[in-house]
Every structure is written in C-alpha cells, then in structure tokens.
Design a protein around this ligand. Sequence first.
Ligand SMILES: NC(=O)c1ccc[n+]([C@@H]2O[C@H](COP(=O)([O-])OP(=O)(O)OC[C@H]3O[C@@H](n4cnc5c(N)ncnc54)[C@H](OP(=O)(O)O)[C@@H]3O)[C@@H](O)[C@H]2O)c1
Length: 173
Amino acid sequence: MATIYYAASSLDGFIADPDNSLSWLLTRDVDASGPMGYDAFIASVGALAMGATTYQWLLDHDDGRWPYAMPCWVFTHRDLLGRDGDIRFTSADPAAVHAEMAEAADEQNIWLVGGGDLVGQFADAGCLDEVWVQYAPVTLGSGAPLLPRRIEFRLEELAKNGEFACARLAVVG
Ligand SMILES: NC(=O)c1ccc[n+]([C@@H]2O[C@H](COP(=O)([O-])OP(=O)(O)OC[C@H]3O[C@@H](n4cnc5c(N)ncnc54)[C@H](OP(=O)(O)O)[C@@H]3O)[C@@H](O)[C@H]2O)c1
C-alpha cells in the first residue's frame, strides 16, 4: 500500500488556472489505459482525500453522479453539500485521517487527489510516498500550485502518454 498524489500539472507547476479551470487540461489527448494512465491507477485505489475546492469543482462539473466507489475524505471547515457516495467531511489532523484511510483502503493505495497544499500537509506528517505527475505541454503563469513544499524525490519512472510527459517520483527519506 502506498499513499500517492496523482495529478496533472502545467509545465510551470499549476494544477488549475487562476479561475480554477481545467480547460487547459481536459481537451488534451491521453490514453487512460496507456502508460501510467488513470484506469490502472484508479483500480489500485482503496481510499481517497481531497480539499474543498477540488470537491466543489467535481460538484460543478460532473454530470450529477459521484465518480468514486471508494470512501473519500473531503477536508473543509464548512458545511458543504453532500453527494450520493461514501463522502466523509473532516477538518481533523491529516495524520489521524491518514490512519483511518489506511484502514478503509485495506492494503490498496491511498490517492491524495489535491490540492497541492493539502498534499503538503500529508507530506509534513510523513504520510506521502509517491507523486505521479502528468505534465501537459502548456504554461499557465499562475494558479493552484502542484505541491508548495520543499521535498526531495527520487525519479522512479518516466513515460509519454498522448500529449503528456508522465513522471513517477518517490519521496526520499
Ligand atoms: N490537475 C489536476 O490533476 C488536479 C487535481 C486536483 C485538483 N485540481 C484542481 O486544483 C484546484 C485546487 O484547489 P485548491 O488549491 O484550493 O486546493 P483544495 O485542496 O482542493 O482546496 C483547499 C481548501 O480545502 C480545505 N482544506 C485544506 N486543508 C484543510 C484542513 N487541514 N482542514 C480542513 N480543511 C482544509 C480549505 O477549505 P475551507 O474553505 O472549507 O476551509 C481550503 O481552502 C481545484 O480547482 C481543483 O479542481 C486539479
């Protein structure tokens, strides 16, 4: 079991543009069943966590169906609208939530969906093993940061998938 931040990024390290738009990302060519693709990754996941902005983005953009079958912890200080799925709102300590997630995941991987600072909080607590980044061939100039921390990584794997340069990195130490 590993705790993995799997996300797509612009070349200059943003996962959303300043308007929280992913239009720069979602129009691009990618093979979900290809190298480091989404299909195999999501099949390995037993629990996930995301921040309130990411959750709100899903509410605003999907077709009304919650996309995940596995339990999802949503970090927020607000009373957000729930959805028809196993969604657990929390503002608890990320290390404590990680322990709950590990139990629920039952040896499968934990997916930290984002955003970057929430993933940084898990990293601060020693609860981040790997980062998988799909770099899109675009710069955005500003937006939501990929991972606003200083962390050392070891490059484990590289792949080209459609328009994306994909990297798998392990946290060192
Ligand atoms: N490109 C990709 O692959 C990818 C992946 C994921 C997300 N995204 C996008 O990137 C953007 C990320 O937005 P973001 O940077 O604002 O990050 P976010 O993590 O989605 O949301 C941040 C919010 O989460 C809540 N939060 C964070 N840590 C918390 C804690 N310890 N306890 C309680 N609540 C906590 C706070 O909300 P409160 O206001 O409730 O306090 C905070 O304002 C979104 O637009 C999303 O759609 C892109």
